[in-house]
Design a protein around this ligand. Structure first.
Ligand SMILES: Cc1cc2nc3c(=O)[nH]c(=O)nc-3n(C[C@H](O)[C@H](O)[C@H](O)COP(=O)(O)OP(=O)(O)OC[C@H]3O[C@@H](n4cnc5c(N)ncnc54)[C@H](O)[C@@H]3O)c2cc1C
Length: 460
């Protein structure tokens, strides 16, 4: 079996790339019926993170990826990494490399009909990054390939699961050279994305909710934004736009519109994309900027969530939950899921007792559900395309005066479908008070210092 990490275990880009160019051709010759601790299907955000964390615990990991190229990357993405995802990237040890590759600290300004709120500089408390997948994915894959204990198999796709006594015990793969190989493992991890073949083969239960918006996006250079390097996001009626600076001078523009407008939009995609941005306040100038890509469209992005485990199997990343890309959470959830799974199962994987592993998998499933289910319910609610509810109207209006109403308890947190998702009464009262006070100030033309508005309801 070929081992694809470089000899000294360091993160030497050149030696990793070279060894993997060889690996695709050598895989078929070297693959045999081998026993691993873990086989991970998919070497993208979720799979590469899980591979590194498992291998660091001394486990033997096969990471299989259907793409033949080390530099393959996901095209359908708008590249927003959240601060909570970056915390996992730090532990993977790749943040310095991302910065060297010109990852842009993110954050930015949000516009609603009440005005702008948000920070024009990245938060000092911790920020995320924007970096194109073309740059990010190869860095993550090389990091995994360079980790002792990870064996990366490019050009290798799952075709079947091996099941014995109602337990998944491995995968049957199509390897390069049309070879079919069995790879056995204590645990198979499906990290193969939204359309997960692993999940389909396992027959896990799946819930699909509609997403009534579609998205078109493209890349521009020489596109100055209103607040320099700060990204911009607009909520214009039921449509959303964003302009996000990424690495190496690329700015990504995305238009996320209700599906009721799709047929008209498609009649003139280029023209309608431009016209949409022209309607937005302080939008960048699309006429003077240089476009560096076609406009890419994704017109059907339902919200998919799946049963995350069964005996011998765990799903992570989009394979477990693929939500509305509007909120830019998918990659960061993928990193979290990889982190949860590896922490909760690594000990059980070191023993031969499958009952221990099953118990650990149940803990992972519970953690995944407890952490993401409420947030998913809010995404599903907002993806219906509905007008802002009263909490959203209140908080967006208040955020103009105190941005924390937008960032901490804002619209994306305010689905009315479940009262558990509501902001606290203290925050609702605080938002109402700040608005009333500003109305009163406007009426009386008196401008009071902020301290006169009373003590902030937020813990600073
Ligand atoms: C339009 C759009 C915009 C988005 N914007 C953002 C954003 O701004 N921020 C954000 O965080 N998220 C965003 N997302 C979501 C983000 O792309 C995903 O959440 C993220 O890529 C999930 O990572 P993953 O590793 O789970 O799966 P993926 O990145 O989809 O990777 C799956 C991997 O599995 C491999 N694979 C698939 N099948 C097989 C097989 N049978 N055998 C072997 N390998 C296989 C694939 O080749 C791929 O490498 C967006 C999504 C879309 C559609």
């Amino acid at each position: 079996m070929t081992n694809h990490h470089n000899q000294n275990g360091t993160n030497n880009r050149e030696s990793v790339v070279n060894s993997d160019v060889n690996s695709v051709d050598n895989i078929a010759a070297n693959m045999g019926d081998t026993q691993y601790d873990v086989v991970i299907v998919g070497a993208s955000v979720a799979g590469t993170a899980a591979a590194v964390f498992f291998a660091r615990s001394g486990l033997r990991v096969a990471l299989i990826e259907r793409n033949r190229e080390m530099k393959a990357y996901k095209k359908a993405c708008t590249h927003y990494l959240q601060p909570f995802g970056v915390r996992v990237l730090k532990r993977l040890g790749v943040v310095e490399q991302l910065e060297a590759a010109d990852a842009q600290p993110n954050g930015g300004r949000v516009w609603t009909k009440w005005g702008w709120f948000g920070n024009s500089a990245p938060s000092k408390k911790g920020h995320g990054y924007n970096i194109r997948r073309e740059v990010l994915d190869p860095i993550l894959r090389q990091n995994a390939a360079a980790t002792p204990g990870v064996e990366l198999f490019l050009g290798t796709a799952v075709r079947d699961l091996i099941v014995e006594n109602d337990r998944i015990v491995g995968v049957r793969v199509n390897a390069p050279g049309k070879k079919v190989v069995d790879m056995r493992a204590k645990l198979v991890v499906g990290a193969d994305g939204r359309y997960s073949r692993t999940a389909k083969l396992a027959g896990v239960t799946e819930t699909v909710a509609p997403n009534n918006r579609f998205v078109y996006f493209g890349y521009y250079r020489n596109m100055p934004l209103k607040d320099g390097k700060a990204g911009q996001m607009w909520f214009q009626g039921e449509s959303i736009g964003y302009a996000m600076p990424n690495d190496n001078g690329y700015t990504l523009l995305a238009a996320i519109l209700p599906k009721t407008e799709l047929a008209t939009f498609k009649q003139d995609i280029e023209g309608n994309f431009k016209r949409f941005f022209e309607t937005l306040p302080n939008s960048p100038n699309l006429h003077t900027a240089e476009r560096n890509s076609k406009l890419l469209g994704m017109v059907d992005l339902p919200i998919v969530s799946r049963q995350t485990t069964m005996p011998g199997l765990a799903l992570i990343g989009d394979a477990a939950v693929a939500s509305d890309p509007l909120w830019g959470n998918g990659m960061s959830w993928a990193l979290l899921a990889a982190d949860w799974l590896t922490k909760l199962t690594k000990e059980a994987l070191s023993s031969e007792n499958t009952a221990d592993l099953d118990a650990a998998l149940r803990l992972y499933a519970e953690k995944h559900h407890a952490s993401l289910a409420d947030r998913l319910a809010r995404d599903i609610d907002f993806a219906k395309v509905r007008p802002f509810n009263w909490i959203e109207r209140l908080f967006y209006a208040a955020s103009i005066h105190d941005l924390r109403y937008g960032s901490q308890t804002g619209p994306q947190n305010a689905s009315l479908t479940n009262y558990r998702n509501w902001p606290s009464f203290k925050h609702i009262k605080g938002a109402a008070k700040i608005l009333l006070q500003h109305k009163y100030n406007n009426l009386t033309q008196r401008v009071k210092p902020r301290s006169a508005l009373g003590k902030s309801v937020f813990a600073d």
